[in-house]
Design a protein around this ligand. Structure first.
Ligand code: NAP
Ligand code: GLV
Length: 306
């Protein structure tokens, strides 16, 4: 079986090396290429896919995102609806996301940026800290892992998802209970997928439903956030700050005002990065399922958009 890897952001080398060990794979092409790719049956993509690639792949049987998110595929009109699309669901991805969010939460709760500033200015200020109620939007592979760990750390945790979940120690809400959920979110962590229902969901209307002086952690996608509304909410004091890992345009343009905003902390889409060695194990299981004409693991539901 021939495969094609298209990754415009990550180095394809570890993927090629890891996948080469499989006897099912006879040839690995890496885009861009001038080779004949007409026999390719499997396409692995980490965004965005160059225009016209799909037309060159008449034998295509399976597409996988090389990350958890699939918005780069669901938003691409060239992707046909009859080909199964899978994504990466991996314990390392969940672990790393949970650790990142815990870091952001602790930095916020313990005023760590102020302490760093105070150290530079030799200021001894024993700033107090409060227990925090944390709201997690999206209780899927990543959000549910985070919720469970935050309960163990002693946070009061609230969760929100399309269908109602049951997670020990977490007060769960479904999509009909959006306002009730938001009323509790002193820190709001966004771990939703981007779909027509969730695009621009982090907007002025949502910020108004959160308690005064809440804090936002957006680790899902930039398309969830209305940046102008965030800046207004920060300037008016409605929100106390934000930790942002993802942006509408990446890399974030140097003239974007978020870079300079004193209440914003920015990281360059590194909250949780796929670990090729463990993700490849999952891809190889799916190769076997594909060969046996069985349903693939972690296939997305195109109707729901994730
Ligand atoms: P997932 O398993 O598909 O979980 C998605 C969750 O969102 C589910 O709980 C789902 O509800 C809920 N949801 C979907 N649409 C909703 C709606 N309209 N209203 C309320 N809830 C809704 O996804 P995941 O693997 O946890 O990943 C989440 C996102 O994290 C990815 O899509 C990606 O964008 C982002 N991500 C970012 C990084 C980074 O480094 N920054 C790394 C990895 C992933 P149900 O449970 O009812 O289906
Ligand atoms: C990263 O953003 C991912 O979706 O895996």
């Amino acid at each position: 079986m021939e495969i094609l890897i298209s990754s415009s952001v990550w180095d394809p080398k570890p993927w090629v090396e890891g996948l080469s060990a499989s006897r099912d794979i006879t040839k690995i092409h890496v885009w861009p290429t001038t080779e004949d790719i007409s026999k390719v049956e499997v396409l692995f993509v980490w965004k965005p896919l160059a225009e016209g690639i799909i037309n060159k792949l008449p034998k295509l049987k399976w597409i996988s995102s090389l990350g958890a998110g699939v918005d780069h595929l669901t938003s691409d009109p060239q992707i046909p609806s009859h080909i199964p699309i899978t994504r990466i669901v991996d314990p390392f991805l969940a672990r790393d996301m949970t650790n990142y969010v815990i870091m952001g939460l602790m930095m916020h709760q313990r005023s760590m940026l102020t302490h760093l500033h105070n150290q530079r200015a030799t200021i001894w200020d024993r700033i107090t800290y409060q227990p925090l109620k944390v709201g997690i939007m999206g209780l899927g592979a990543l959000g549910s892992h985070l919720a469970e760990r935050l309960v163990l750390l002693g946070f009061e945790v609230f969760g929100y998802s399309r269908t109602l979940k049951d997670i020990d120690g977490v007060k769960c809400f479904d999509a009909t209970q959006n306002e009730e959920f938001l009323n509790h979110a002193e820190v709001l962590v966004n771990l939703l997928p981007v779909t027509p229902q969730t695009e621009s969901i982090l907007n002025a209307n949502l910020f108004r439903k959160m308690p005064e002086q809440s804090y936002l952690i957006n680790v899902a996608r930039g398309n969830h956030l209305v940046e102008k509304d965030l800046v207004e909410a920060l300037n008016s004091g409605r929100l106390s700050g934000a930790l942002l890992d993802v942006f509408k345009e990446e890399p974030l343009p140097t003239d974007n005002p978020l870079w300079q905003h004193e209440k914003v902390t920015i990281t360059p889409h590194v909250a949780s990065v796929t670990t090729p060695e463990s993700a490849i194990k999952l891809l190889l299981i799916n190769f076997e399922l594909l060969n046996n004409n069985q349903k693939l693991l972690h296939q997305i539901d195109l109707e729901q958009g994730y």
